[in-house]
Design a protein around this ligand. Structure first.
Ligand SMILES: C[S@@+](CC[C@H](N)C(=O)[O-])C[C@H]1O[C@@H](n2cnc3c(N)ncnc32)[C@H](O)[C@@H]1O
Length: 232
């Protein structure tokens, strides 16, 4: 098991119920992540497109509460419960555990305890010890686990994550939103510095929010990150 300290069995059971209706493991996980991301952004049109796709494949034939859309919501609730209980990267743990039976997942993330040690040795200072806003960057962020671990130590920092895998970038955006961090998450290649899309998550005392940047926002972010790297 990739993350033995986090119990994700209940969530996986719910996702497997959907998969058993003839969907691939990867498409179920991808649709779940997209539904959560669209719901948090209140983007009804792309959300309903996914719902319609399941409906066209007979989802309404299942009793109320057992339709795939209901099960996706249930899994969302279970994820939030586990995150509240552990403050850890439960989404990444589900990805690793659930994806073990499929070749199309293909990523493995740093174990939580190693993330904690790495955050300690990078010398991220405690928020009371500095006036300057720190920024924390992971150019190959996976599910965002390293950023989340740093976020628990220094929640006031600005977090920047990038991953070329679309699913990983989305998982990181969700995780940063769940942990109520100020963050920019880019889907794109860190080596060629190409940006495909980007999300911004913002802290609020009422809970985090997430929004996808428009083309101009992505371009501005690209310029800012390129300048920041050239100074380093
Ligand atoms: C081993 S995972 C590590 C994830 C995360 N940093 C962690 O500690 O859990 C490596 C990640 O790097 C991403 N990756 C590999 N090459 C990349 C590149 N050129 N640009 C952006 N991301 C890349 C992969 O998609 C994968 O999610």
């Amino acid at each position: 098991m990739a993350s033995p300290q986090i119990d994700v069995d209940e969530i996986i059971e719910t996702l497997v119920q959907i998969r058993q209706r003839g969907h691939s493991a990867h498409s179920v996980f991808r649709d779940w992540v997209n539904l959560m991301l669209f719901a948090l952004q209140r983007r009804d049109d792309p959300y309903l497109e996914i719902v319609d796709d399941y409906r066209e494949r007979g989802d309404m034939d299942h009793p109320d509460g057992q339709r795939s859309v209901d099960l996706f919501s249930k899994a969302f609730g279970q994820l939030q419960e586990r995150m509240a209980a552990t403050d850890a990267d439960v989404l990444g743990a589900v990805y690793e555990e659930y994806g073990m039976s499929s070749d199309t997942f293909g990523q493995h993330f740093t174990p939580h305890r190693v993330c904690e040690t790495m955050v300690e040795i990078t010398g991220l200072v405690d928020k009371n010890d500095t006036e300057d806003r720190q920024s924390v960057c992971d150019p190959a962020c996976g599910s965002g686990r390293m950023l989340l671990t740093a976020g628990r130590k220094q929640p006031d920092a600005l977090f920047v994550g990038q991953d070329k895998d679309p699913l990983c970038a989305r998982m990181t955006a969700l995780n940063c939103c769940f942990l109520n961090l100020d963050a920019y998450i880019v889907q794109g290649d860190s080596l060629t510095v190409e940006f495909q899309r980007a999300w911004e998550t913002s802290y609020s005392p009422m809970g985090g929010s997430v929004r996808e940047l428009d083309d101009e926002g992505v371009e501005d972010l690209h310029g800012w990150m390129t300048d920041a790297h050239s100074v380093c």
